[in-house]
Design a protein around this ligand. Structure first.
Ligand code: NAP
Length: 259
C-alpha cells in the first residue's frame, strides 16, 4: 500500500459483509481508496478500469488484507463496452448491492478554444458512463428491492471552474441526474447520492503547478488538500444499510471550500 494509506487512520467501518460493490475507476486515486475501504468493511469488490492490468495494485492490496476483489476492463464512456462488462460482472456476482460511479477524466482548456473532442470525451466518460452503469445496475437493484448508488461529482459541478467548461458541465449533469434517479428509485429501496470532492491529491491533480496547489490550500478553510481516504469514508457510509434515509443528496467533501 502507498505510504499515505499506511499513515492514515483506517476510517469508519460500516458493516458491508456479504455485499458486492461495483466501483468504476478503481485502479488509482479516489476509486482505489474507495475499493480498498469497501473491501475492508466486508464487501466483495468488482473493480472496473480500462485495463485489468491497471487494477492489479488495488486487487493485490485488497487480497493482502484478506478481502475479495475481481478486476474487469471497460471504457465507461463506450455503451457497448459497459453493456458487456455489466454482463460479465453479473455472471460472476448475480447480486450487486453497491454501485460507485467514480471513473472520470479532465481535458481542461478555456471554452473559446475547446475542441468538440475534448467536450465529448469528458461528457461521455463522466456523465454518460454514470448513466449507463446506473441504468444497468438500477435494473438489478430493482429486482433485489435494495441498492446503494454513489456517484462521484465535483465542486466544479457546484461552483464552476474556469478552464473546466466540459468537466463542470459533466459533473453538474451528474448532480441533476442523481437527484432525478433518486426520486425514481426510492420506492424500491434504492438510494442514490453524490459526493462532491474538493481538491484531492491524485494523478488527476498532480499535473497542476505547485502555485495553484498553494492557492487552493489558502482558499480551503481546513488549510490542506484532501486525500482519497477522505472521500472513501463517506462513500462507505452512504453505501451502507444505515444510510437508507439519505437519498438525492449532494455532499461536498472539500475542507469547507464551498461552505
Ligand atoms: P485519477 O487518479 O485520474 O483516476 C481516474 C480513474 O478513472 C482511474 O481509475 C482510471 O482508470 C479511471 N478511468 C478514466 N477514464 C476511464 C474510462 N474511460 N473507462 C474506465 N475507467 C476510466 O482521478 P481521481 O482524482 O481519483 O478522480 C476520481 C473521480 O473523482 C473522478 O470522477 C473525478 O472527476 C472526481 N474528482 C476528483 C477530484 C480531485 O481533486 N482529484 C476532485 C473532484 C472530483 P484507468 O486509467 O486505469 O483506466
Amino acid at each position: 500500500m502507498a505510504d499515505a494509506e499506511k499513515t492514515k487512520p483506517e476510517g469508519v467501518r460500516v458493516d458491508l459483509t456479504g455485499q458486492v460493490a461495483l466501483v468504476t475507476g478503481a485502479s488509482r486515486g479516489i476509486g482505489r481508496a474507495i475499493a480498498i475501504h469497501l473491501a475492508r468493511c466486508g464487501a466483495t469488490v468488482a473493480g472496473v478500469a480500462r485495463t485489468v492490468d491497471a487494477l492489479q495494485g488495488t486487487l493485490a492490496a485488497i487480497r493482502e488484507a484478506g478481502g475479495t476483489a475481481e478486476g474487469f476492463a471497460a471504457n465507461v464512456g463506450d455503451s457497448a463496452d459497459v453493456a458487456r462488462v455489466v454482463e460479465e460482472i453479473e455472471a460472476k456476482f448475480p447480486k450487486i448491492q453497491i454501485l460507485v460511479n467514480n471513473a472520470g477524466v479532465t481535458r481542461d482548456g478555456l471554452m473559446l478554444r475547446m475542441e468538440d473532442d475534448a467536450w465529448q470525451q469528458v461528457i461521455d466518460v463522466n456523465l454518460k458512463g454514470t448513466f449507463q452503469f446506473c441504468r444497468a445496475l438500477g435494473a438489478i437493484m430493482m429486482r433485489q428491492r435494495y441498492g446503494r448508488i454513489v456517484n462521484i461529482t465535483s465542486v466544479s459541478g457546484l461552483m464552476g471552474n474556469p478552464g473546466q467548461a466540459n468537466y463542470s458541465a459533466s459533473k453538474a449533469g451528474v448532480i441533476g441526474f442523481t437527484k432525478t434517479i433518486a426520486r425514481e428509485l426510492a420506492s424500491r429501496g434504492i438510494t442514490v447520492n453524490a459526493v462532491a470532492p474538493g481538491f484531492i491529491e491524485t494523478d488527476m491533480t498532480s499535473v497542476l503547478p505547485d502555485k495553484i496547489k498553494a492557492e487552493v490550500k489558502e482558499r480551503v478553510p481546513v488549510r490542506r488538500l484532501g486525500e482519497p481516504e477522505d472521500i472513501a469514508d463517506l462513500v462507505a457510509y452512504l453505501a451502507s444499510p444505515s444510510a437508507g434515509y439519505i437519498t438525492g443528496q449532494i455532499i461536498a467533501v472539500d475542507g469547507g471550500m464551498t461552505a
